[in-house]
Every structure is written in structure tokens, then in C-alpha cells.
Design a protein around this ligand. Structure first.
Ligand code: SAM
Length: 282
């Protein structure tokens, strides 16, 4: 079944009485070049189990299942279950979980479905939860080698920005802490049905095998980053003293040890400086 053929897609959705939900970020891929490219760049290969988030009618799911040993996919919309039964009927290596990705036990899914396989995540993410999903995947330390996702172009720029530049946000620091992000290719709005108001891009995060910091240090590091980036215009000293209750003089001393001015803002620090500052402040 050609799931990028507009006629075929309209026919299937029409027969199932399906209407797109804007709230669930339902923009399905109809450009035939995109899903094979995501799969090929996203570790969908022999020896891998791929976790997909948000199947839609299964256009990416099918490309993943053609290449990987196993696909486990989480889709919140119950109305899509009978659609997927039809569109993915030819595959025996796909398991669909009709659940909310933010609430289900992804560790368990990977452990039980990908026994003995390496794991990766591939998805055309629902835009309304891009950052929470990416942080959930990273913070829960899923044993995955890579996370390859389509996101809005602006989100891709932020995720792949260099820490310490204006484009970077707390999420950029998070991504850089847990791995390395790279923008792979852009996707125009016309590649989707219905067409969204923005263009998209596919990025891949290669996930670090070992955590950079011990759990306690990590907790403090992210508390510091969140306080600093939630008040971007404030100096690091003002933001951290008001939010974390650290004495200003202590912050000034630590900044001086790092050869940074007292007026430095947290968003101006690079990854190494952020890690160093957190270590000294703790
Ligand atoms: N992969 C399909 C494609 O590329 O055509 C669909 C992508 S569409 C952008 C996002 C999908 O995520 C939709 O099918 C939507 O129902 C699903 N979704 C939205 N929120 C979700 C959630 N919290 N948990 C799981 N799936 C979700």
C-alpha cells in the first residue's frame, strides 16, 4: 500500500471516518522521499529495534519495519488503531501501543520488545510536545543509541545550536549534556497532509553511552540551568541567588575563578563553563 499517495491516504481515512486533530499535531508525511531518509539516517537497520512516537497512518512505521528487526510504536489516538491494522497488515515485526508517550513506560517497552537488539528512536514528532518528549527520552536514560526526529525548523535550530550563543536555550544545554545533536535535512511544509504553517527539519541526537555527572551533581546542574535560562536577562548572580538561594558573593567568587565577569549571564557560558560553574557552586 502506498501511504504517500494522496488518493490512497484520503480513501483509507475516508473509509474509517477519520478527521485530523490539530491539537494532537497530526500532519502526516506525504512526500515519498522523507520517511526512507529518516529511517536510513536513524539506525533503522538489522540488529536494531526502533521506537517510534506517533505513527499517524504508519507511513514512517512501515519504512522503519522494512529495515529494522523490530518496531515498537506509541500512538495516542485510538481512532488510528483500525487504520493501522489495515495499513501495516503486511508486517509481522511491528507492535503498536495505544498510549500517551508522556505517560507510558518506555523503558519497559524497550526491554520487552527489543530483547538483545540495539535501540534507536525515530519519529515525526507532534509539534506541541517536541521539547518535553525529547527531554523525557534523554532524562529517562533510555538505552538508545540515537534519537532521530522531525521537528519545526526553529526548534531544530535551537536543539542544534551551540551552547553559549543567542540561539541556545535550556533544551540546547540538555541535549548537549546527554549527547550530540546534528541537523540532517530540511523538509518543506508541502510535504505534509494537512500542510502546517511552518517548515520542518530532521535532526539526530547521538546519545552518550555514559552519564557525564553523578545523579546528585546532575540534579544541581539542571536546577542551575533551568534557573538561569528562565530569567535570561538577569545576570547569573541575580538569577541563581533569587531562584536557588545561593549567596551572591559565592557566585561572584566562582565566576572570578572561571575568569568570567560578575555581570555574566548564564546563557553566555559554554558547556564546559556551565559544568565547571555548577561544580564550584555545589
Ligand atoms: N508518523 C506520522 C507521519 O509522519 O505521517 C504521524 C506524525 S504526526 C506529526 C504526530 C503523531 O503523533 C500523530 O499521529 C498524533 O496522533 C501522535 N501523537 C500526538 N500526541 C501524542 C502523544 N502524547 N503520545 C503518542 N502519540 C501522540
Amino acid at each position: 500500500m502506498n501511504l504517500t499517495n494522496i488518493g490512497t491516504v484520503k480513501d483509507i481515512l475516508g473509509r474509517h471516518g477519520f478527521s485530523f486533530s490539530k491539537g494532537l499535531g497530526q500532519n502526516f508525511i506525504i512526500n515519498p522521499d522523507i520517511c526512507p531518509k529518516i529511517a536510513e539516517n536513524g539506525n533503522a537497520a538489522p540488529g536494531f529495534g526502533v521506537l517510534e512516537i506517533g505513527t499517524g497512518i504508519g507511513v514512517l512505521t512501515a519504512e522503519l519495519a522494512k529495515r529494522a528487526d523490530k518496531v515498537a510504536a506509541v500512538e495516542i489516538d485510538t481512532r488510528l488503531m483500525p487504520v493501522l491494522e489495515e495499513t501495516l497488515a503486511g508486517f509481522s515485526n511491528i507492535k503498536i501501543f495505544n498510549e500517551d508517550v508522556m505517560k507510558c513506560d518506555l523503558q519497559k517497552i524497550i526491554r520487552e520488545e527489543f530483547h538483545g537488539l540495539k535501540a534507536a528512536v525515530c519519529a515525526n514528532l507532534p509539534y506541541y510536545i517536541t521539547s518535553p518528549v525529547i527531554m523525557l527520552l534523554l532524562e529517562s536514560r533510555l538505552p538508545v543509541e540515537s534519537i532521530t526526529v522531525m521537528v519545526q525548523k526553529e526548534a531544530a535550530q535551537r536543539l542544534c545550536a551551540e551552547v553559549g550563543t543567542r540561539e541556545a536555550g535550556a533544551i540546547t544545554v540538555g541535549v548537549n549534556y546527554f549527547g550530540t545533536a546534528k541537523s540532517l535535512f530540511n523538509v518543506s511544509r508541502g510535504s505534509f497532509m494537512p500542510s502546517p504553517n511552518v517548515d520542518s527539519a530532521v535532526i539526530r541526537i547521538d546519545v552518550n553511552k555514559e552519564p557525564v555527572l553523578a545523579p546528585e551533581k546532575e540534579k544541581f546542574f539542571f536546577a542551575m540551568v533551568k534557573s538561569g535560562f528562565s530569567q535570561r536577562r538577569k545576570t547569573a548572580a541575580n538569577a541563581l541567588s533569587s531562584q536557588l538561594g545561593i549567596e551572591k558573593q559565592k557566585i561572584y567568587d566562582c565566576l572570578r575563578e572561571l575568569a568570567l565577569p560578575e555581570t555574566a549571564r548564564l546563557e553566555q557560558l559554554n558547556m564546559e563553563q556551565l559544568l565547571d560553574l555548577a561544580d564550584r557552586l555545589r
